[in-house]
Ligand binder design. Structure first.
Ligand SMILES: Cc1cc2nc3c(=O)[nH]c(=O)nc-3n(C[C@H](O)[C@H](O)[C@H](O)COP(=O)(O)O)c2cc1C
Length: 433
């Protein structure tokens, strides 16, 4: 059996703007109901979690303007306040929201996540990112963003600081003794007095220990520093690796790093991104994939704009029909994604490279009926020895139905995913197998 989750690629943002099957998107932009529908459907399908990406910028690197982003609807509401609404509509699903360690003061994050763990009754997770755009850093008062590996060093210390705050209440500190009138034993609540190279915090938390103690920690960066951060701290890692060999290598690499940090590799689940294209027949699914590919090649702008956001470099200044210029030392963005692209672009023009990397962030191309795709997913996991998949489709009710009422039952019929939850809290379910 393997685990399943859903990755919301543009967080609490706009999905399917101006596209078919987007529902009432123009009217419903900040309405949580679409996300509530996703959550209840994922629970019906027995998924482990949904993960909301986040960022705090309207990207303006592409052509040096926000025009492309605003035309396309690149907005994000803060995912944190959505978490309790999703939890209120479900009882088992894990709910992961993204937080940038670089911008959240440790005390603010520790208290917020502790409170959310209470409100969700032990089902909150946090995707810890270091963020990459300079514009994001400038929103929080920095002149520019910190250098790539430095921000992971800061993130490691940030986790230590936050855990020190979560640990400020010893087990048994809460007494609630009505006879003596003592709410909590003050000898069992301590200051954290954390003092590191980058962060300082006093504590204790003025909340209570939460159901999971620490929320589930998720991580998604593929650079060596990113993988080390995940291997040291995460309960689940989101991996972008193309093909069975690279997937296997990614899992093995994470396992080795976990052992290096004294952890059991079984204590973190590595899930791989997929974007299944589903149809009633193989031919119908293939025709749909062909249409999607044709639309992609007809307009390379969104793919170029995405590369700009990820790298911080304006790709619109490069000739689409010439080889990619040397980018060594020129970017401070998502290292692994940019390096994968540069490798794929060797000997190609930029336009050809965009085509060649069309499916690069998905681990395997899945096109077919629910049953044939389920079979392929089973075969891939058998070979990879991985822990499962993460669906990275736009949040439309059509996609929700195809996955939760088509693909998930097909996976279940093959005994590949759970048919009920074993436990009540997120981490227990994640580590159940
Ligand atoms: C599936 C996936 C999801 C991600 N989600 C976010 C996100 O929500 N916010 C963010 O700032 N970065 C996000 N990232 C970026 C990574 O967390 C990381 O910062 C980036 O990949 C750079 O890491 P690297 O340099 O270690 O590769 C995501 C990356 C991947 C592959």
């Amino acid at each position: 059996m393997f685990h399943m989750a859903w990755f919301l690629q543009t967080g609490f943002g706009a999905y399917g703007w101006n596209q078919q099957w987007s529902g009432n998107v123009a009217k419903d932009l900040a309405n949580p109901q679409l996300f509530v529908d996703l959550a209840t459907s994922l629970e019906r399908a027995c998924f482990d979690y949904m993960m909301l990406e986040d960022s705090s910028v309207i990207p303006d690197v592409f052509q040096g303007t926000m025009e492309n982003s605003l035309r396309g609807g690149t907005i994000r509401f803060d995912p944190m306040p959505l978490v309790p609404l999703l939890a209120a509509a479900t009882s088992k699903l894990g709910i992961v929201a993204t937080a940038a360690t670089t911008f959240y003061p440790p005390f603010l994050a520790a208290r917020l996540l502790n409170t959310l763990d209470h409100l969700t009754q032990g089902r909150v997770g946090v995707n810890l990112v270091t963020a990459s755009p300079h514009a994001a850093a400038q929103n929080y008062g920095y002149a520019q963003h910190f250098e790539h590996d430095l921000r992971y060093r800061m993130a490691d210390e940030w986790v230590e600081a936050v855990k020190a705050l979560w640990d400020t209440w010893e087990p048994g500190a809460l007494t609630l003794n009505e006879e003596t009138g003592v709410f909590a034993d003050y000898t069992k609540v301590h200051r954290a007095d954390f003092e590191g190279e980058f962060y300082k915090t006093r504590g204790p938390l003025n909340t209570l220990p939460s159901p999971q103690g620490y929320p589930v920690i998720c991580q998604a960066g593929g650079s060596p520093a990113g993988k080390d951060f995940g291997a040291r701290n995460a309960d689940t890692l989101i991996a972008s690796a193309r093909g069975v060999d690279k997937m296997k290598a990614y899992r093995d690499d994470v396992s080795e790093r976990m052992i290096k940090f004294g952890r059991d590799p079984k204590d973190a689940k590595v899930l791989f991104l997929v974007e299944p294209v589903l149809g009633d027949t193989q031919e119908e699914a293939q025709a749909k994939k062909d249409r999607m590919d044709a639309a992609f090649f007809a307009n390379p702008e969104p793919a170029l704009a995405a590369l700009c956001y990820i790298s911080g470099l304006d790709f619109s200044t490069f000739d689409l029909d010439a080889p990619l210029p040397d980018l060594t030392g020129r970017h401070n963005g998502h290292q692994s994604v940019v390096e994968n692209f540069v490798r794929a672009a060797e000997g190609k023009t930029l336009r050809e490279a965009l085509g060649a990397t069309r499916d690069v962030s998905t681990s395997v191309t899945l096109v077919g009926t629910p049953d044939s795709v389920a079979a392929q997913m089973g075969e891939v996991m058998d070979e990879v020895g991985g822990d499962g998949f993460l669906i990275a489709l736009p949040v439309t009710r059509k996609n929700i139905t195809e996955v939760c009422d088509g693909l998930a039952p097909a996976l279940r019929r093959r005994g590949l995913i759970r048919d009920s939850y074993e436990h009540d809290t997120f981490r227990e379910n994640l580590l159940a197998f």
